[in-house]
Design a protein around this ligand. Structure first.
Ligand SMILES: [Zn+2]
Length: 428
């Protein structure tokens, strides 16, 4: 049996109706992680497990946290050096205010070629596509070498405890390449931005708004922090330039809050303020240097504001203790990822995209972090991120996916695996 024939046999097994039905069943499960509201990933993970068992896969469930399992499905092929992971997550973000939707967020309503609902785009459609692709490969009985793993993980939208548990248990140890199934609108993404996220806390002294000299205002520190962060961003832009796929590096103050807790009142000068900063990095930038820079800024601002108050108090002939404090803590640190364009997993994704779509694959970068970030960082696994769905539609109201593109995606996933696990590959 030749390779051309294998391709036809695999594609023949991809059934649109089955894919649409599986996507809809997943979307109809509210799998927002909301312990107070009583929803979690559990029912979605169980549905996948049941489906995979019904299709003859080996299925295991790892309890990551109460109500939050990972479902792992495995298919052992002929002996071979490669292990391919298809990864998709079961959690979805909250639909937010339901009145902002024109469709039931958990209705999986189909209008024309689109299916609407939370997770249709990010990423239950792509999760269904990867499962259908795996089943098609299995049903077609084509020869494959190595093994195929489906990692259906929890908590991608949160702290990513699902993928961390997956790695911790050694499940990633044998994986030689991974397809991260996320909405990238048909692009083959070989790089991902990194992130450093930090919280600045300014401790000043509260007072009546009519008697500001009896306290110490933290607001001048906020303005200096914002200025300083922008200066750091411009330096990064100048030093590292624009990445071909990821664009410019950025340092964005996102939350600026004073008082940092409790109700704000016009005639109360708050005693504490906070500023959250979201730093996104591109390959070449050192996270260590960024953290040092953010810490140095806290020191500089603290010093500058104290000096400012020293001078100003002399002008006003008042004497205040100037024990203003500016601290910075780090919340997240995730590296950029970059997979070699000549890696076998990229070549497989390129070939499959070309074959299915009839167009040249377009390489791109992922703006945010995914579960793939940790697979790359902790186990050096080459990753490509690809899937159906416009990127901006994720997390929006009236989230949708184009069902034609979803079918195409299942075909691309299947052929990527066919290419990657061809008997005769000698590398590992
Ligand atoms: Zn996602």
């Amino acid at each position: 049996m030749g390779f051309e024939e294998d391709i036809e046999r695999v594609l023949h097994e991809i059934n649109r109706e089955e894919l649409v039905k599986l996507t809809a069943s997943l979307v109809r499960i509210n799998s927002v992680w909301d312990p107070d509201g009583g929803t979690s990933e559990q029912p979605a993970a169980e549905l996948v497990a049941e489906w995979a068992e019904g299709n003859g896969f080996q299925v295991e469930m790892d309890q990551v946290a109460p109500g939050r399992p990972n479902t792992i499905i495995t298919w052992e092929c002929e002996p071979g050096p490669r292990t391919l992971l298809f990864e998709g997550h079961t959690d979805v973000v909250t639909p937010g205010d339901p009145s902002a939707w024109n469709h039931d967020p958990f209705g999986a309503e189909i209008i024309g070629k689109r299916m609407y609902g939370r997770g249709t785009n990010d990423t239950k459609g792509n999760l269904a596509a990867m499962l259908i692709a795996m089943a098609a490969l299995k049903r077609s009985q084509v020869r494959l070498a190595g093994r195929m793993i489906g990692g259906i993980l929890c908590d991608e939208e949160g702290a990513m405890i699902g993928v961390l548990d997956f790695i911790e248990r050694g499940r990633a140890d044998r994986i030689t390449g991974a397809v991260i199934c996320e909405p990238q609108n048909g692009l083959v993404c070989t790089s991902q931005k990194g992130a450093v996220r930090a919280r600045y806390t300014i401790k000043a002294r509260m007072s009546h708004g009519a008697m500001p000299l009896s306290g110490l205002n933290g607001a001048p520190a906020l303005s200096r922090l914002i200025e300083g962060l922008h200066k750091m961003e411009r330096e990064a832009v100048k030093n590292f330039g624009r990445h071909e796929h990821l664009g410019w590096p950025s340092i964005t103050p996102t939350v600026i809050q004073s008082p940092s807790v409790g109700p704000a009142q016009l005639n109360v000068m708050p005693g504490e303020a906070k500023l959250l900063v979201d730093v996104r990095t591109i390959p070449g930038q050192s996270h260590e240097a960024i953290r040092e820079g953010l810490k140095a800024l806290a020191h500089q601002v603290e010093h500058a504001v104290r000096e400012h108050y020293d001078a100003y108090d002399r002008e006003l002939a008042v004497q205040r203790p100037h024990n203003l404090k500016v601290n910075v803590e780090f919340i997240t640190d995730r590296p950029c990822t970059k997979t070699d364009k000549q890696d076998a997993i990229v070549l497989a994704a390129d070939w499959a995209t070309r074959h299915v779509s009839g167009k040249e694959p377009v390489h791109a970068g992922v703006p945010g972090a995914t579960d793939g970030t940790f697979l790359w960082q902790k186990r050096n696994i080459p990753i490509v991120t690809m899937g159906a769905g416009e990127r901006e539609v994720a997390h929006q109201a009236d989230e949708w996916v184009d069902l034609d593109q979803l079918v195409e995606t299942a075909r691309i996933y299947a052929l990527s695996a066919l290419h990657y696990l061809q008997p005769g590959n000698s590398d590992g």
